[in-house]
Design a protein around this ligand. Structure first.
Ligand code: FES
Ligand code: FES
Length: 156
């Protein structure tokens, strides 16, 4: 089947897609957007998190046929021509990235949190990131990064 969907503001048409193929597969293997990562393919780790019509979802659990006519934003879509998004910069500056496999999903989850709750408490940060697993960092630097992004957002 052919799917037509908007990804990061650009309309894409992809042919020969099996309707049960995951959005994650379509993004990575058919659209050349490898930012979203495939770790578990079961909705457990959050490394594949993208926005679908503005809501964060695990793209490994979304069938390609479900995204026809809808809007997807991936981690690649957070940055602009001017540079990284402030949340992305905060992750780099806080040292919240080690192997980086979890980072795209965490960035989308953190971005979503700060859009909804510009000044989150530590509990709100932990709850918002609870679906995103990281095997490397111990999470403290990730929490620091979100706190840093929130503080910068307050000053802007
Ligand atoms: S790869 Fe989708 S939740 Fe783990
Ligand atoms: S930085 Fe390696 S899994 Fe999080």
């Amino acid at each position: 089947m052919r799917i037509t969907t908007t990804v990061n503001g650009i309309q894409h048409e992809v042919d020969d897609v099996w309707p049960g193929e995951s959005l994650l597969y379509v993004l990575r293997e058919r659209m050349g957007l490898p930012g979203s990562k495939n770790a578990c393919e079961q909705g457990e780790c959050g490394s594949c998190t993208v926005y679908l019509d503005g809501e964060p979802v695990c793209s490994c659990l979304v069938a390609a046929g479900q995204v026809i006519g809808r809007e997807v934003t991936t981690v690649e879509g957070l940055a602009t021509d001017e540079g990284l998004h402030p949340v992305q910069e905060a992750f780099v500056e806080a040292g919240a990235v080690q192997c980086g496999f979890c980072t795209p999903g965490l960035l989308v989850a953190a971005h979503d949190l700060l859009e909804r709750v510009p000044q989150p408490s530590d509990l709100e940060i932990r709850e918002a990131l609870a679906g995103n697993l990281c095997r490397c960092t111990g999470y403290e630097k990730i929490l620091d990064a979100v706190r840093l992004a929130a503080a910068r957002q307050a000053q802007a």
